[in-house]
Design a protein around this ligand. Structure first.
Ligand SMILES: Cc1cc2nc3c(=O)[nH]c(=O)nc-3n(C[C@H](O)[C@H](O)[C@H](O)COP(=O)(O)O)c2cc1C
Length: 335
């Protein structure tokens, strides 16, 4: 079976994706409202924000809001993070019990507070521990388990091929490689050579990630790495419709028409409504600020609007201000 641009339809351990474009897990961003938008605009799969394996924090609001619900739209893929194999296995079981259809293991997060507990990308320094974690998690659940990692700990220790092979041997069903080492954090450019090398060295699906922000880049990364899917993170912030733009380009070989102001306004207003509903007004309007910042940053003279928006502390004021902002842009376009 073929989907966009003749790419093979991707099935990860029996979970079939509608296309090969995946929305990256991003803590503080990939919440349910954002994932819903990505699905609406054509993502083949989205992955939740990371869920801490340490059960001491599962009762907190933060963990509760990161849980998947069995009526969530799309593929319910939950990412877990931790370093204790038994805790990781329990976290996987817990999430599957609550509706997760796929478990992704975070081995790429570079944050100091995560790495100092040997979790996230810090694990890349300990292949034996990785093996134990993967075996325990795969053995604990009957849904596919995937792994997300980087190219290595630093430029002198690029071990993503070794890790991909360990993953495959442990029964991991797909591996995502963010084309940077941990030491690179988010600096410099993602390098796709290591992703291509991983693809050549394992038979499980490989997902290429890092710095893909246009349809043209998406096509280049597919062609160069021969990856089975690509994952988009930051480029979807304030532009969740990037998935349909990429799918359109890969299918038709030309760029889709830009969204109109009216269309963008509708997306933003719907997103805000969902945030208020999901988090409640107090938290929802605070989270809305960063999204609105991204949605509006490319419009001429939007700095002043964003400064004003960032101090509004009432949901109806936020909606009113946004409507006024878009109306001004519409009028400017007409004149
Ligand atoms: C704000 C933010 C939060 C992130 N949180 C996570 C996370 O929880 N788990 C994870 O595996 N990666 C996380 N990442 C990394 C992304 O999933 C992705 O690998 C990275 O941003 C590179 O892809 P991009 O260039 O398309 O953004 C995060 C990235 C950002 C910018």
């Amino acid at each position: 079976m073929r989907n966009i641009a003749g790419l093979n339809l991707l099935s990860i351990g029996g979970v079939s994706l509608t296309n090969n474009l995946i929305a990256a897990p991003m803590a503080g961003i990939s919440d349910k409202p954002f994932r819903n938008l990505c699905y609406r605009f054509g993502a083949g799969m989205t992955i939740s924000e990371m869920f801490l394996a340490n059960s001491d924090v599962w009762h907190t609001d933060k963990s509760a809001l990161r849980m998947i619900a069995s009526n969530d739209v799309g593929i319910r893929a939950v990412q877990i993070v931790g370093s204790d194999p038994d805790e990781m296995a329990k976290a996987a079981e817990f999430n599957v019990k609550h509706g997760a259809q796929l478990i992704d293991i975070n081995m790429g997060c570079p944050a100091k507070k995560v790495n100092k507990k040997l979790a996230g990308s810090a694990l890349m320094q300990y292949p034996k521990l990785i093996e134990t974690i993967l075996q325990k998690v795969v053995g604990a659940v009957d849904v596919p388990v995937t792994l997300k990692t980087r190219t290595g700990w630093d430029k002198n220790h690029r071990n993503c091929i070794e890790i991909a092979q360990i993953a495959q041997d442990c029964g991991i069903k797909a591996i995502t490689i963010h084309g940077r080492t941990r030491a690179c954090l988010f600096n410099g450019k993602a390098e796709y050579q290591s992703i291509k090398a991983v693809k050549e060295s394992v038979s499980i699906p490989v997902i290429a990630n890092g710095d893909i922000s246009t349809p043209e880049q998406a096509k280049d990364v597919f062609q160069y790495t021969q990856a089975d899917a690509i994952m988009i993170g930051r480029a979807a912030q304030g532009r969740p419709w990037i998935f349909e733009e990429i799918a359109f380009y890969l299918t038709h070989g030309k760029l889709q028409k830009e969204k109109t102001i009216d269309e963008v306004e509708q997306v933003v207003l719907t997103h805000l409504e969902d945030l208020y509903q999901f988090y409640g007004e107090y938290k929802g309007l605070r989270i809305a600020r960063k999204h609105v910042n991204w949605y509006t940053k490319n419009y001429v003279d939007s700095d002043q609007f964003r400064r004003l928006f960032s101090v509004l502390s009432d949901t109806s004021e936020q909606v009113k201000a946004l409507k006024a902002f878009f109306s001004k842009i519409r009028n400017n376009q007409k004149s």
